[in-house]
Design a protein around this ligand. Structure first.
Ligand code: G3I
Length: 446
């Protein structure tokens, strides 16, 4: 039997060890909490990083971010921290975790190149985003001017586009300014640039009442002489670019808004109602391989005009004088609806013709109610570009031709002069930075 003394000793030992363990517990050092975080790149915007605080620790501690962009520390909030890195460069993102024992930090190096944030900080020099590389089975085009080639436009042009449309320099008023005097200098510059950079050229446009030289409009000779001049112009031009200009808009905007009838242009007056067939035939005779398009606007907004246009298309198709339809798509962030765009595609595809969305720009300021590009209009524009591209991307392969945006950067757009109010309708801003709209196209191509 144990003596009282033994029991007391044991009790004292237990209490002491308990106390000492309590003391040890009380004295046990509070350790620092090791900081840790991960990051990923946003699926919808390659310049946006999502930071995830993965710190695990006992007791109370705080976490503060330094995203490497300057400015004060940012206290960590529940969920992911979304941070945009617009400019190319290297940034050190750091997380500091503090508790009564002190601070710990974790950091990651964020590298940004022209494409966006580099995965795991590895910026492979060969990696570039590219609209044309993302398009499957059709070309990505843009409107160009000869004075903007071999210039600051080159990097964007070569990275993203493989089909060029002359914005105005391959029209009759430029290429045939005076009787007997052709001037192909600008057209040659565009075609040569395309040839040098593995791009096609979509010829725009042989006949357009809005780009007709005065000597033609005011021609005083006979109708037969008039027709002979037009035939000679088309034959000379299409022959000159045979094999280089693979497709031509033969006539542009021949159907009149409102009446939905054939416009009474000088060509109709002097050559008759079948002038479009005649011009198409002459182009086909000059280059049997060239693709012939009819190009117009408001097909998506105006059902009556759309029906008139496809009646004209049917007349041309009955004689094998058309290969494709160009719907210009000068649209806006809030119109038309997808179904209206789809109608144009369905009319074209059902006829076995090529579809060209030929002059895409998307106005964000149709009501002239903003004086600077707002984030909500930018987002709406991105959504509309994506919608247009998704509709095009769903077209059967046999009917795909090209998606062409009508210019490179916002301040180049014809819309600024045409409407006279601020507008940001294209894929790049005035400093060639990719806008959300660019990523809308990229997402639509996926
Ligand atoms: O670049 C010259 C400049 O050197 C000269 O001083 C100035 C004054 O003569 O003219 C400048 O060229 C103008 C060019 O745009 C560039 O600004 C031409 O005169 C002008 O006629 C030309 O307008 C073009 C218009 O078609 C007519 O050809 C627009 O850029 C072009 O965006 C527009 O595009 C049309 C499509 O072809 C058909 N669908 C509608 C679309 C918009 O109107």
């Amino acid at each position: 039997m144990r003596s009282i003394t033994d029991t007391s000793i044991i009790l004292i030992f237990i209490l002491t060890s308990a106390c000492s363990s309590d003391d040890e517990m009380g004295k046990m050092e509070v350790k620092k909490v090791p900081a840790s975080f991960e990051y990923s790149i946003s699926d919808s915007d390659p310049n946006v990083v999502l930071f995830d605080n993965t710190t695990m620790g006992q007791g109370a501690y705080t976490s503060d971010w330094d995203f490497g962009l300057g400015g004060p520390l940012v206290s960590d909030q529940p969920g992911l921290e979304e941070v945009r890195y617009d400019n190319e460069g290297t940034y050190i993102a750091k997380l500091t975790v503090s508790n009564e024992a002190g601070k710990t930090t974790a950091s990651h190096t964020i590298r940004v190149d022209q494409v966006g944030v580099c995965p795991e900080g590895n910026c492979d020099p060969g990696r570039t985003e590219s609209l044309k590389r993302s398009a499957q089975g059709f070309a990505i085009g843009t409107a160009v001017r000869s004075t903007r080639l071999n210039s600051t436009y080159d990097e964007v042009l070569k990275a993203n586009f493989n089909n060029l449309t002359s914005e105005y320099q391959m029209k009759m008023n430029i290429m045939y300014p005076f009787e007997g005097n052709f001037d192909f200098s600008a057209a040659d510059a565009i075609v040569n640039y395309a040839q040098e950079n593995d791009m096609n050229v979509h010829g725009h446009v042989l006949i357009w009442h809005n780009a007709t030289p005065n000597w033609i409009t005011d021609f005083t000779g006979t109708d037969a002489e008039f027709e002979s001049i037009v035939k000679d112009y088309i034959t000379t031009t299409v022959t000159r670019y045979k094999g280089k200009v693979k497709s031509w808009d033969v006539v542009n905007e021949a159907i009149e808004d409102g009446t939905n009838q054939l416009r009474n242009t000088v060509f109709r007056q002097r050559m008759g109602d079948d002038y479009i067939k005649k011009c198409s035939r002459w182009a086909r005779e000059a280059d049997p391989d060239v693709l012939l398009f009819y190009n117009d606007y408001n097909l998506v907004f105006n059902e009556g005009k759309r029906k008139a246009i496809f009646a004209l298309v049917d007349q041309l198709a009955s004689e094998g004088l058309i290969d494709g339809v160009g719907a210009q798509l000068h649209i806006q962030y809030n119109a038309p609806q997808a179904g209206q765009i789809q109608s144009v595609v369905d009319e074209t595809v059902s006829r076995g013709l090529l579809m060209h969305f030929s002059e895409i720009d998307i106005r964000v300021n149709p009501g002239n109610d903003i004086t600077s590009m707002s984030s909500d209009r930018a987002e709406a524009q991105k959504v509309k570009y994506k919608e247009v591209v998704e509709i095009y991307n769903a077209i059967p392969a046999a009917n795909k031709f090209a998606l062409t945006v009508w210019g490179i950067k916002d301040d180049d757009s014809w819309l600024l002069d045409f409407w006279g109010n601020p507008e940001w309708p294209l894929l790049f801003d005035q400093s060639f930075n990719k806008k959300s709209a660019y990523y809308g196209v990229l997402e639509g191509l996926e």
